[in-house]
Design a protein around this ligand. Structure first.
Ligand code: CUA
Length: 335
C-alpha cells in the first residue's frame, strides 16, 4: 500500500471541522442533534462491545472446554443461571432503547418549542439550482429579497419557511440548523438559533437534477447590529451606476434579455424566474456556490453559463466584448 493509501482511512476525519459539518455545532438546534448523536454512539457502542465480549467469552469457554481429540461441546449452564442472565441482558437492552427513545423525544419537543421565540421570519425557496431568500422586514413587514446567501443574527431564533418552485430539495446547514426537506406544495419550516459568529455553508441535500451538487449557499452569522445594517442595505434599491461603462451596462441589463429573468429593484428589470440581482455584488459567490464573486467570474458566467454549470437554466447571453464588459462593470457595482 502506498503512503497515500495508508492515510486514506483518515479522510472521514476531514469532515469533523469546518464550515459544513454536523460535528462542530454553532447553533442550538445543531448542538441538540450533536448531543443526541453522541448519546446514540455511546449507548450503541457499549451494547455492541457487550455483544462482542459475550461472543469472545463463549468462544474462549468452548475452546477451553474441548476434550482432547473430540468435538468441542458447550457446557450447559443450569436453567436458573441461564434465565437470570437473559433477564439482565433484556433489561440492559430495554434501558438502552428507552434512553434513546426518551432523548430523541425530548429533542423533538425542544426543536418544536423554538417556534414560540422566533424573532425573524425568512422564506427560502428551492429552485433548480439556486435558493431564493426573502426576509420579512421587522420594521414594516415588507419582504426583502435576495438569493444564495443567508444572513442570521447571532443568538436570535429565526423561523425559516421552506418552499419549492419545482422539485424536492433539502435545506441543510449542518453547523447551525440541521436538515429539512423542501417539498413543492408543502409548507415546511425549520427554526434556527445560531450561537457562533462566522461563515458556514448550506447545501441542497436531496438529489434534484443535474446541478444538485452546485446548489449551495453561504450562511453568515453576525452580530445583531451587523445584521440590521446588512438587512437595511438589502432593502434599498440598487445603487446608481458610477461611470459611463456601468451606465451602458445598466441599459443592456434592463432592456435586454437579462430583465426577463432577473430583478434589479429601482430599475425596470423585474423578471422573476431567476435570482434577484439588486445587491448581487454584496454576495460572496455566484451561481449558488459555484464561483467566487469577482469581475472575471461575473463576465464568464454571463457569457458561458453552460460551460461553468452544465444544465443550468441560466441562458447564455451573446454580447459584444465591449457590452459584456459594461454589464460586468454594472453588476460589480450592485453592492
Ligand atoms: Cu436541490 Cu438537490
Amino acid at each position: 500500500m502506498t503512503q497515500k493509501g495508508h492515510l486514506a482511512f483518515l479522510l472521514p476525519l476531514a469532515s469533523c471541522a469546518g464550515a459544513q459539518t454536523p460535528l462542530a455545532p454553532a447553533g442550538d438546534q445543531a448542538a441538540g442533534q450533536y448531543s443526541l448523536l453522541l448519546l446514540m454512539l455511546w449507548v450503541c457502542g457499549i451494547l455492541y462491545m457487550l455483544v462482542l465480549g459475550f461472543l469472545a467469552m463463549g468462544l474462549w469457554r468452548l475452546r477451553r472446554g474441548a476434550p482432547a481429540g473430540n468435538e468441542p461441546t458447550l457446557e450447559t449452564p443450569s436453567d436458573a443461571v441461564l434465565g437470570k442472565t437473559l433477564w439482565i441482558w433484556a433489561a440492559i437492552i430495554v434501558v438502552g432503547l428507552l434512553l434513546l427513545a426518551g432523548a430523541s423525544f425530548l429533542l423533538e419537543r425542544r426543536l418544536a418549542a423554538a417556534e414560540a421565540r422566533e424573532a425573524l421570519l425568512v422564506r427560502v425557496s428551492g429552485h433548480q439550482w439556486w435558493w431564493r431568500i426573502a426576509y420579512r422586514d421587522p420594521r414594516n413587514g415588507s419582504w426583502i429579497e435576495t438569493a444564495n446567501e443567508l444572513h442570521l443574527p447571532v443568538g436570535t431564533t429565526a423561523r425559516i419557511e421552506l418552499g419549492s418552485a419545482d422539485v424536492i430539495h433539502s435545506f441543510w446547514v449542518p453547523n447551525v440548523a440541521g436538515k429539512m426537506d423542501v417539498i413543492p406544495g408543502r409548507a415546511n419550516a425549520i427554526d434556527v438559533t445560531p450561537r457562533r459568529i462566522g461563515w458556514f455553508r448550506g447545501q441542497c441535500a436531496e438529489f434534484c437534477g443535474l446541478q444538485h451538487a452546485k446548489m449551495a449557499f453561504d450562511v453568515k452569522v453576525e452580530t445583531p447590529a451587523q445584521f440590521a445594517g446588512w438587512l437595511a442595505l438589502q432593502a434599498r434599491p440598487a445603487p446608481a451606476p458610477e461611470d459611463a461603462a456601468a451606465l451602458r451596462g445598466m441599459e443592456i441589463v434592463t432592456r435586454g434579455a437579462c430583465a426577463m429573468c432577473h430583478s434589479v429593484r429601482g430599475t425596470s428589470a423585474r423578471g422573476r424566474p431567476g435570482p434577484d440581482l439588486t445587491h448581487v455584488a454584496s454576495r460572496r459567490m455566484i451561481a449558488a456556490g459555484t464561483l467566487a464573486m469577482n469581475r472575471g467570474n461575473l463576465q464568464g458566467w454571463i457569457a458561458q453559463p453552460q460551460a461553468l454549470k452544465p444544465g443550468t437554466l441560466m441562458l447564455p447571453v451573446t454580447l459584444e466584448p465591449r457590452d459584456a464588459n459594461a454589464v460586468a462593470q454594472y453588476l460589480g457595482q450592485l453592492k
